[in-house]
Design a protein around this ligand. Sequence first.
Ligand SMILES: [Zn+2]
Length: 115
Amino acid sequence: MNQKELNTFKDLLLARKEAILKAIKNTKEEGKDYTTNEVGDSVDIASNSYEREVLFELTDNERKQLTDIDIALKNIEDKDFGICGDCGEKISSERLEAVPTATLCIGCQTKKDSK
Ligand SMILES: [Zn+2]
């Protein structure tokens, strides 16, 4: 993969990362607004614990996505991006465009998923 292609994927990954961070921020801000609008201690406690659960679930999932993006970004820096971590073959550009955080080629991924 040449530098131009690497830069394209880098931009794509950075944009994705930014979108996730923005989504997390928005969720937290909405949650804050919601709780301040509630009246009464018991309602506050209930809605807070519910939101904490939702946020926890959300951030857990988002955290994984962010980790995957950071790994892909590091691979771009190391020029290892687009190389299957299992067999060392190139990952197809179609696959990378669909899943830029992919670290396995479609063959190895299929094998891994079927295990
Ligand atoms: Zn492979």
